[in-house]
Write a protein of this length. Structure first.
Length: 94
């Protein structure tokens, strides 16, 4: 119960921050993660899509779609997204 309350509070915080920075891909990805945790999958997907629109290399958004593809049995797509995610992580480390 407390964890759900904390996630709801986090979602409220992200919504406030996104009012000032609606195209911030890191904020969007964080918000998407919270929405997913709350079980709001469609809202999370839409938010991760916005994060990718703002930055096609956003690792959390790519990871979300890779996991969704794997869950849906789309293993080839999941592997492709996983390779993109790995490449983006390597680029960030350099």
């Amino acid at each position: 119960m407390a964890a759900t309350g904390q996630c709801e509070a986090a979602a409220d915080s992200y919504e406030q921050l996104l009012r000032d920075a609606p195209d911030d891909d890191e904020l969007l990805a964080g918000y998407g993660t919270v929405l997913r945790t709350l079980g709001r999958k469609k809202d999370a997907e839409a938010t991760f899509r916005k994060a990718l629109a703002a930055n096609p290399g956003n690792v959390r958004a790519i990871c979300f779609f890779a996991e969704e593809a794997a869950t849906e049995g789309k293993h080839e797509e999941s592997e492709k997204l996983g390779r993109i995610e790995d490449a983006e992580r390597r680029d960030r480390e350099q």
